[in-house]
Design a protein around this ligand. Structure first.
Ligand SMILES: Cc1cc2nc3c(=O)[nH]c(=O)nc-3n(C[C@H](O)[C@H](O)[C@H](O)COP(=O)(O)OP(=O)(O)OC[C@H]3O[C@@H](n4cnc5c(N)ncnc54)[C@H](O)[C@@H]3O)c2cc1C
Length: 462
């Protein structure tokens, strides 16, 4: 069927303001970091309800029309790029917070709700949605669910998967599967929501979610500590876990080059500690005792300095200091902007091996002609390290060489080539370094049975 008919079919089910065509597409883009590159697409659809999503999918399925799903466009694996023949469906108008159930400790919202808005909406009611990562001001909850996003509090609260209690999703043929339950326990058959969490929009469009909430901790403190030895990072983690137990909510790491860049003259971040240490550890404490929490946290940190576990440390007490300290860790756009071209990595490595493996990878990368900057940082307590590698060219040979260095070293220690960002388009070729042939074949079987015409996010993941 000619494409023009498809658009007239969309016009039968959506109002004009929900269909963007031609010139209107020029103001749209496929990633928040590529706002200067106009979107390529047959049209962009902005549904306002699950029913509209279902009608769109029915039309597309009947007409073998490929669809690319847009959430907040913050993914780091090339998932949301499209071409002129593909229809883009953006969830941005489905952004309502439907219900906060204080008794069941849940929030139900549409998938286009921005994560930070959800966090703010429950804060007033003394609840915490523990999803916390640098893109939370733009990323949507549907995107976070579809990528099973991680972030800075995973070792305490788990990945997004651990927060999803119920889900509503539309299958490629338009069928609406609605299971907006608020249950912690439900072993009545297969846990179908898990199919859609982390499958990067290849199996269905998430339209609503029920999320689990936690009581909002009353206090929050942050420390930045430095050491030159990875064993000390591990010792520090053990002490923090022992002494602070469940109040330890963040334990992040920056390597020297990364810290230098973040506190250098291109940013306004305060340089709290000198830039000549190898490791910079960011520790977050969240507790419930105004009277005693600060004293406890300070005593534990001071003890670590006294005993030489770390060389030095500072504690951020008020909001301003904490925002500054966490900015050094989270504002990774600073690292990406350093060079015209960059490559991002998101690997998982057993925690005990991180020191030596990152040294090895960094050393090999720095010896690689064409590599200009190597910035490692990450969620060390859960074994997830990121790299942003800066280059002056987008040469394919260099790109593959860099990928080989990072992924071969990761494979050698039975790590994962994607800890939390997913596979998208960018990492598809390397999936085999993390998963067996049989596992990938099973993924293909699942995809084929749910999306036999391969219309939804085609070419992504597998
Ligand atoms: C500065 C920065 C920091 C980041 N830090 C982290 C981090 O610490 N941890 C982490 O895990 N990620 C991180 N990310 C990556 C990114 O923010 C996450 O992957 C996020 O979950 C993507 O959400 P989004 O709404 O932007 O989705 P998009 O980028 O729009 O889409 C991501 C994928 O999900 C699909 N999708 C989107 N919405 C839906 C839906 N409703 N139904 C079905 N499929 C859908 C898309 O087609 C695509 O395949 C970071 C990104 C940036 C830019």
């Amino acid at each position: 069927m000619p494409k023009i008919n498809i658009i007239s079919l969309f016009k039968d089910i959506l109002d004009d303001s929900s269909i963007l065509l031609g010139e209107d597409l020029k103001s749209r883009f496929y990633h928040i970091w590529k706002t200067d590159m106009p979107l390529e697409s047959l049209c962009l659809l902005l549904p306002r309800s699950t029913q509209e999503v279902s009608s769109i999918l029915k039309i597309c399925n009947e007409n073998n029309q490929e669809i690319i799903i847009h959430g907040g466009l913050t993914n780091l694996v090339g998932s949301t790029i499209s071409n002129k023949t593909q229809v883009v469906v953006s969830l941005e108008k489905m952004n309502k917070i439907i219900e906060i159930d204080e008794k069941s400790k849940t929030i139900t919202c549409e998938s286009g709700a921005i994560i930070e808005d959800i966090i703010d909406s429950v804060k007033d009611k003394d609840f915490l949605l523990p999803l916390n990562f640098g893109a939370r001001g733009s990323a949507q909850i549907g995107g976070a669910v579809s990528t099973n996003a991680g972030g800075l509090r995973v070792f305490k609260y788990g990945m997004t998967r651990n927060l999803v209690m119920g889900i509503e999703v539309v299958l490629p043929d338009g069928t609406i599967i609605s299971s907006l339950k608020k249950l912690m326990k439900d072993n009545s058959g297969y846990d179908l929501k898990q199919l859609f969490i982390g499958s990067e929009g290849t199996l269905g469009i998430v339209t609503k979610v029920v999320l689990r909430l936690y009581r909002l901790p009353k206090t929050r403190y942050t420390s930045l500590a430095v050491t030159n030895n990875y064993q000390n990072v591990l010792d520090l983690l053990k002490i923090m876990e022992d002494k602070l137990s469940s109040s330890l909510t963040g334990f992040e790491l920056l390597w020297n080059d990364t810290y230098k860049q973040m506190v250098g003259d291109k940013t306004l971040y305060n340089k709290y500690l000198p830039d000549n240490f190898k490791y910079y550890v960011f520790i977050e404490y969240m507790g419930g005792d105004f009277e005693n929490d600060y004293n406890l946290f300070e005593a534990v940190i001071l003890d670590c300095v006294d005993k030489g576990v770390v060389e030095d440390a500072v504690i951020g007490k008020d909001d301003k200091e904490q925002v500054n300290i966490w900015g050094i860790r989270e504002d990774v756009a600073v690292l990406a902007e350093e060079r015209e071209f960059d490559q991002h990595f998101d690997i998982s490595i057993p925690v005990g091996l991180i020191g030596e493996v990152i040294d090895k990878i960094s050393g090999e990368l720095k010896n690689c002609e064409g590599v200009k900057t190597v910035f490692p940082f990450g969620h060390v307590a859960d074994g997830n390290i990121h790299f942003i590698i800066g280059k002056d060219s987008d040469d394919d040979e260099l790109k593959f060489k860099i990928n080989d260095i990072v992924y071969n070293n990761t494979q050698k220690v039975a790590g994962s080539i994607s800890a939390e960002h997913g596979i998208g388009l960018d990492k598809k070729k390397y999936l085999i370094k993390s998963r067996s042939e049989d596992e990938i074949e099973l993924m293909r079987l699942i995809k084929k049975s749910i999306d036999p015409k391969n219309i939804l996010n085609p070419g992504r993941v597998i």
